[in-house]
Design a binder for this molecule. Structure first.
Ligand code: SF4
Length: 202
């Protein structure tokens, strides 16, 4: 994954040149962020309409009754935004960047979960600094940036810690499928998984 960082630098320069070519920010298409995400290591990245993002109440039941770390992380329920809040919040956006890392083997899950969280945080910051002041990222799974999350205290890495899509009540399967991504139920513990993240942009 490391060799891709050279490509990001190149794309950053292309983007800067494009922005500085008399067109201003309106000419700076959001697609550049999808290309950057791919350079950072995601398998797939698309700019999507937020009308494709599905938020439903049942999603958090899967966290509460089925996840072994329910309540143990500040980015997860019951600390993360409720489905009602998320629905209203998504309604304030029109575009997002949906990203997927595919074919994750069991041994690579912790590393790539954290990798996706960092990609989301870094791109959210860059998109924000480009003038999209509403940019906000959502990652996948519980935050593993600290060995143990102190839910009674403040987050130790607020720059990088973002809730997962599912922790906010987003139906990740349906959202991914609505956007043309392939995402199937994982049927065995040792089967490859996929992680999906989203940055809401404007
Ligand atoms: S960065 Fe650390 S303190 Fe913050 S949510 Fe993640 S694990 Fe918890």
């Amino acid at each position: 994954m490391n060799e891709t960082f050279l490509d990001v630098t190149m794309i950053r320069h292309v983007g800067a040149a494009y922005m500085g070519n008399g067109g201003g920010r309106d000419m700076f298409t959001l697609e550049i962020y999808a290309e950057k995400a791919k350079c950072l290591g995601v398998s797939r990245a698309e700019i999507i309409d937020t009308k494709n993002v599905v938020v439903e109440n049942w999603v958090r039941l899967k966290c509460q009754y089925g996840c072994g770390v329910y309540g143990e992380c500040l980015t997860c329920p019951p600390y993360s935004p409720t489905p009602d809040y998320t629905k209203k919040m998504i309604g304030e956006y029109s575009k997002g960047l949906l990203m997927q890392i595919e074919n994750i083997s069991p041994t690579n899950r912790p590393r790539l979960s954290t990798e996706l969280r960092k990609i989301v945080a870094d791109l959210e910051r860059e998109i924000f600094l480009d003038g999209y002041h509403k940019a906000f990222g959502l990652a996948a799974g519980p935050c593993r940036l600290c060995k143990t999350c102190d839910t009674q205290g403040h987050c130790k890495y607020p720059y990088m810690a973002r809730p997962s899509m599912e922790a906010c009540g987003i139906d990740v399967y349906q959202t991914a499928r609505n956007c043309g991504f392939k995402l199937e139920v994982v049927k065995a513990e040792d089967s490859p998984q996929a992680y999906v993240g989203l940055i809401l942009i404007k």
